[in-house]
Design a protein. Sequence first.
Lengths: 172, 417
Amino acid sequence: MQPSPPAVANDRRLEALFLHREIEEFNNAYAAALDDNRLTDWAEMFTDDAFYVIISRENADRGMPVGLIYCENKGMIYDRAFAHEKTEMFAPRYLRHIIGNTQILGEEANGDIRARANYVVVQVLYDRPEAKLHQVGVYHDKFRRVGDQLKLAERRCVYDNLLVDNALCLPV
Amino acid sequence: MMLRNADMTQDYVWPNDDLTVIPDWVYTDQAVYEREIERIFHGHTWNYVALEAEVPNPGDFIRSNVGPTAVVVARAADGTINVFENRCAHRASEFCRELRGNARAFICPYHQWTYDLKGNLIGIPFRRGAEGKGGMPRDFDVKQHGIRQLAVTSHRGVVFASYADDMEPLPDYLGPEVLREFEATFDGRKLKVLGHYRHSLPGNWKLYHENLKDPYHATLLHTFLVTFGLMVVGNRSLMLADKSGRHGVMASAKSDAKKLSGDAKKEMLAFKEGLTLREKRFMNFIEEFDSPWSVTMATIWPNLIVQREMNTLGVRQIVPDGPHEFVMKWTMFGFEGDDEEMTRHRLRQGNLMGPAGYLGLEDNEAIKFVQDGMRRVPNGTHLVKLDPESPQGTADTLISESAIRAMYRHWREAMGL
């Protein structure tokens, strides 16, 4: 029989497990908010100083900053949410966000948690039979505890399909 | 090569000669599309291919297109920029697959035929055969078998190519008025590329030109333009068409939307009273150009849009792919010497643009709707009758389609249709 590991190491592993689970739950709630078109709820998942960008892998790999959506703070994320809900003209559609392969990568000096996860966004237009893979990419994240909640201090969505199919009408 | 009549699939009749009614076959017919490649993109036109800032050093190259045709834009050791087809002279393989890079030569991966940075054929493996057998014919002349090289010109850091070898200089091609707006944006400062957008669009490529020769839509479709006074009835504005009708510039001077008349507001569903942004800096216009206009959208025939929307700047390249589809490649830029805050301002304002932009996504959707409408009702026509006082050409009202009619006057001449 193997000796059981010391309690301290067990605590650390449990802590990591809880955090991993917590971030997965966060991402599930994030996907649900977007899939249900609750964009104000989506905006609430960010810290006030959050950075949110959807950037092509082509640009990201070369250190070029241009993003499909580029928000430097929660105000800009709210403006996006409001515009997509209330003012933007686009054909009605359903979206489905699938988030997986979550990894915790480490901790920043300020305590923010670095993580990543793969994502796919599937889009259905009302007049087409197919559900199309609209975007596939990776989230590069920084999570922060605010009160008893996790919030995103940074989400950089780096997408692989460089050629966007017509328009990206909702956030990812 | 002329298309023979037998290649055409129907009678290409215009409902009338004043161009106020456009037949749908202009946008949906395969034979018309193929003639456009020959007579427009491969014809007597300057086609945008790159910014010089994308190929600053010898050996730098990017993949680009002239019409649907893939080309390579490369800077040679002597500093010249060269444009040649991305198609091996041997078996037609599209040999350059990287979006960009730096190379000493291009080697086709299939049989390793090798080309220099100008597209000249410089190497053929086993040209004389092996062990005395095989190989190319003795009289094979490599000089006769380079890649098809295009004429190249560059103006203020913007590179154009042409299949025609008798093109007039670019300033003459643009004409003085469009040149003036071109040079207001490309004002001599060195460009700094900030990144790209790429998207497909399921519509005919000409609809993109028309959208930017149609100031009427700008005042109706786009809440952001209207509500924040970027382009709205009552602004000082101009829809310029050059003498030939092929190029245009939509221009507007930003105004205070609060001063709009009540009547104008009632006409515009897109006007949202009381809409405010949490990010107040978003709509700031930092004056930096020698121009009366805060917004200009230049349509340079046949494949370039120059976007100067306040401080977000970009060029958009149209790559047609059949009558029902095209690809857009956007290159967003600022200038060398922009400080970090100015770059961030351009990036923040860039939320207006691209396939997720507050304006960009609406345009892409609207153009798709038009193509859907044409595809699903055969033999239709549609109207561009606004502003009969300006039959074809420049208009000083936003409620006008005269620049679209001017474009079709040119298109009909070029196409012989």
